[in-house]
Design a protein around this ligand. Structure first.
Ligand code: 0O2
Length: 274
């Protein structure tokens, strides 16, 4: 098939990958900006390379005319979670969406493959708007923990190196490490609450600091210079104390000061004196 025909065929998949990764990244942003724990840790996506499509077509005896129907992972999105418990939450998020129709789910998390592979796959039908009109394509979303992803990445490279004939002694090591990943994920789950608490306070602190700095920056161009330097000094002191309650108090007080300027008719959020 001519290269430009491949490009036409793969174009909608490319758009789908870009849209889907943006949508999941945006969910992550929404959670974080509300100071909430997000079950999505990282999102990546890729369109299968032409050589990989050709290899799979040969391996699975797929005709070009059936390619789009039979190859579910031309568009692939990978969602990495911190904990095993996050995986069903992400699956639930996908099930609830109106823009992704689930066609199939494969649970290799609870049903590890013979190779040691673990991951949860969701095959969706997704509509993209092309120049020629709407087009529905299939995409595969792989959901796995950081630990599972580590294993998959290493195993994938070895599959490539040994052209899918990994020597027995390496295969054994891979199976042992797959078991170790199960243990690691279980151990991490046991301290999940503590880890989540720590991450939530870190995120809360980062959000508060960003809001405070934004308010100070806006006040800078409008308020009395001496008052601003005093506020700034106080902020550095509070920040260095590493005390979240103090930071929250400071944030509230700063809001009251900002409210005072608002009452005087100075809308400093837009930077305009009204
Ligand atoms: P690539 O290079 O990642 O794109 P099925 O007939 O359903 O059993 P199928 O269609 O291959 O076979 O589906 P399956 O088994 O769900 O696998 C789809 C994708 O999951 C694979 O795509 C891999 O990305 C990943 N995967 C499945 N098994 C393994 C494994 O043992 N090791 C690793 N590292 N990844 C795996 P591709 O096209 O095989 O590969």
């Amino acid at each position: 098939m001519d290269i430009h025909i491949w490009r036409d065929l793969l174009d909608p998949y490319d758009l789908a990958v870009r849209e889907l990764t943006t949508k999941f990244e945006h969910l992550r942003y929404e959670y974080r900006s509300r100071g909430l724990y997000c079950p999505i840790e990282q999102v990546t996506g890729r369109v299968k390379t032409i050589s990989s499509i050709l290899d799979k077509m040969q391996k699975k005896q797929i005709d070009l005319s059936d390619l789009e129907e039979r190859m579910e992972d031309i568009a692939g999105v990978r969602i990495i979670c911190q904990f095993v418990e996050d995986i069903p939450k992400v699956v639930h998020m996908i099930r609830e969406r109106g823009d992704m129709e689930i066609l199939l789910e494969k649970d290799y998390v609870n049903h590890m493959k013979e190779s040691g592979y673990r991951s949860y796959h969701v095959i969706i039908r997704y509509e993209v708007q092309m120049m020629s009109g709407p087009k529905k394509i299939q995409a595969e979303i792989q959901i796995r923990t950081l630990g599972m992803n580590f294993w998959c990445t290493i195993e994938h490279s070895l599959q490539y190196k040994y052209k899918h004939n990994i020597p027995e002694h390496i295969r054994e090591k891979l199976l042992k490490s797959a078991d170790a990943i199960v243990l690691l994920d279980n151990e991490m789950s046991a301290v999940r609450e503590e880890i989540m608490d720590a991450q939530n306070s870190m995120q809360h602190q980062a959000n508060l600091t960003a809001e405070i700095l934004n308010t100070i920056q806006n006040l800078y161009s409008l308020a009395n210079k001496r008052e601003i330097s005093k506020i700034q000094e106080e902020f550095y002191e509070v920040y260095q104390s590493n005390d979240l309650e103090k930071l929250e108090r400071f944030h509230r007080q700063l809001d009251i000061i900002a409210e005072g300027y608002r009452a005087q008719g100075i809308d400093f959020t837009s930077g305009d004196v009204t």
